[in-house]
Design a protein around this ligand. Structure first.
Ligand code: FMN
Length: 170
């Protein structure tokens, strides 16, 4: 599939058909996470696969953006493993996880599944519910599944600024 077309085809899927993601599709999505670039190739990603009823209940306790999914990923990084810039100590973790999540979202689209990235979650509850140690920093959930028959991208999905609006030749 043409890459640019894939980036247009991906949209935030918020209406699922009720099926959990098949194991082979989870595997494919996790493989895309594996091949994401990370600073200094330190690969600090820690991804929790939420499949059980109990895990999905926890997800719904942490965010109102579960959208009835049966499968989700909690994308975290290990702050002890991520790259830190010297001398100011800036951490690569959040940026690394943005790339990891993007790989996963595009791969999901490529195999006929869909996702929504969810950053609207209660951080404290997430740490509690998933019993995360202090070094594991949650960045986002990806709720995932197969599109319902009447699932549509939001009206604004392809409303994008023109390239000239966000670039400047200098
Ligand atoms: C960093 C980030 C955080 C987001 N958080 C949420 C969220 O908490 N809930 C939600 O429904 N969508 C969330 N989204 C999805 C965006 O609203 C969506 O990507 C954007 O409106 C463009 O629509 P599209 O994904 O269909 O192209 C998030 C997206 C990004 C990139």
């Amino acid at each position: 599939m043409d890459f640019l077309q894939l980036t247009k085809d991906r949209f935030s899927l918020r209406k699922f058909d009720g099926r959990p993601l098949k194991d082979e599709d989870i595997e494919a999505i996790l493989s895309a996470a594996k091949f994401a670039p990370t600073a200094k190739n330190l690969q600090p990603q820690k991804i929790f696969v939420l499949k059980s009823e109990a895990s999905i209940e926890k997800l719904n306790n942490c965010t109102r953006c579960g959208f009835g999914t049966k499968t989700a990923f909690l994308i975290c990084y290990d702050k002890n493993e991520c790259w830190k810039r010297i001398p100011d100590g800036a951490e690569s973790g959040i940026l690394d996880m943005g790339i990891v999540a993007t790989h996963m979202m595009l791969q999901a689209t490529a195999i006929g599944a869909g996702t929504t990235m969810v950053m609207l979650f209660d951080l404290q509850k997430t740490v509690q519910e998933f019993d995360l140690p202090e070094n594991i920093i949650p960045v986002c959930f990806l709720v995932a599944g197969y599109p319902a028959k009447d699932a549509e991208p939001s009206e604004r999905h392809l409303v994008r600024k023109n390239i000239e609006n966000f670039t400047k030749e200098i």
